[in-house]
Design a protein. Structure first.
Length: 236
């Protein structure tokens, strides 16, 4: 049973923080450097955002700089997009090695941090930092910031409503949407952790920021990052 008076702590993560390919796997990606540098390879700006959030909240940061094209840390085991077109047809022994070296250790570190906090009587708010490409499959994404959560979780719903209001006040010219450009209940790390921990003890929120700011205007992006981080003290 959840104790609503229990103290709250934070965990910050960034599953797509970089586009590094470890040396042993680089031959599989030879000639695809442009793809690795695109949104397919990582989430531009997400790691810097995660670092700023973790610093503001005095929270532990868990981040990966290995490209999602090796194995996507935000996908569950068995998901068709866990491995990319570069790795899904590799021999099973190599795929298991990738999972053992990069996928499982990362996810286990985050899950352990959440579990230990709950065991010590603290409720956990997990903020996962991501960014999204301005246009996908020829369709323009109509948002500047997205907050992804599970609408069935009263705690997550309340947090995201408050965060959206605060962001709109601080950034009146931007479009702040909930469960866009993805739904918070789609397969992802926070969705997995919701099944591992009771809803009153764990809240998983994914922050999605439009990559156009990071890619097109670093000055504007830094200002946006500061404003996003500033809202944290008002809602958490």
């Amino acid at each position: 049973m959840t104790d609503s008076t229990a103290p709250v702590c934070f965990v910050v993560s960034c599953e797509h923080g970089g586009n590094r390919i470890p040396p042993g796997y680089q031959p599989f990606f030879q000639g695809y450097e442009v793809l690795l540098a695109s949104h397919r390879g990582y989430d531009p700006g997400a790691l810097l955002m995660a670092k700023a959030i973790a610093q503001q909240l005095d929270a532990p940061l868990f981040a990966s700089t290995t490209s999602r094209l090796l194995a996507d840390l935000n996908r569950s085991m068995g998901h068709p997009q866990l491995f990319s077109e570069f790795t899904r047809n590799l021999p099973p022994v190599i795929k298991e090695k990738i999972l053992d070296h990069y996928y499982r250790p990362y996810r286990q570190r985050v899950e352990t941090a959440v579990a230990e906090a709950i065991q010590h009587g603290r409720r956990v708010i997990h903020l996962s930092s991501h960014s999204f490409t301005p246009q996908l499959h020829g369709k323009v994404r109509k948002a500047d910031i997205g907050l992804l959560y599970d609408p069935a979780s009263e705690w997550e719903l309340s947090l995201c409503r408050r965060w959206q209001r605060s962001l709109r006040q601080e950034l009146p010219g931007l479009t702040i949407r909930r469960n866009y450009p993805y739904t918070g209940t789609a397969d992802g790390f926070t969705a997995y952790l919701r099944h591992r921990f009771a809803s009153g003890w764990y809240a998983g929120i994914e922050l999605e920021v439009n990559q156009k700011y990071f890619l097109d205007d670093r000055g504007k992006w830094r200002s946006l990052r500061r404003m996003i981080v500033a809202t944290l003290s008002k809602i958490f």
